[in-house]
Design a protein around this ligand. Sequence first.
Ligand code: GRF
Length: 203
Amino acid sequence: MGEKLKFGVLVSGNGSNLQAIIDAIEAGRLAATVGCVISNKADAYALQRAKQHGIPAIHLDHRLYASREAYDEALVETLHEFGAGLVVLAGFMRIITPLLLDAFPQAIINVHPALLPAFPGLHAQRQALDYGVKITGCTVHFVDAGTDTGPIIIQAPVPVLPGDTEETLSARIQTEEHRIYPEAIRLFAEGKLQVEGRKVTVR
Ligand code: GRF
């Protein structure tokens, strides 16, 4: 066995996905280490969650940087400092630039609350309800220069039920996110993901 993967998690809010990842590690279902959690928001609850588990919790305020590139440079520096070999976006509400993408080629992943390529961008659950689909879900994918366009790693379907609101649907989708995100990180950590063009195969 090689050395265990260390990864950085970028957050802006609640951090329920971060929690699911930490839980998977502590339960022995994921042999990897969270090297650091970085938030652009000082009051992100995700930072509290990190601290409670003894994980370095860092606030990098985007407003203190002159450009998106300058901010991403600070992100890269911090991620390198903590030895990250993978960047996990978990509710990180910032657009990332090629500077970050190029520093972690095919090593940045995201979870999106829809079955991509349906409903990319913001308010995916609202989009699904407005469209009237009967099934939506969530997707873990590699991040590329587009918005939610990168190669798909794992998806899980979730039914849209009569009377669903954005809140009830989001909660049902999140349950599946919490299952597939740690699983995707495990596949990455074990070197099982092979990317060819837009296709990801699990070896
Ligand atoms: C998730 O629902 C994810 O789909 C989206 O942001 C949300 C983050 O939630 N990208 P949390 O902070 O992990 O609770």
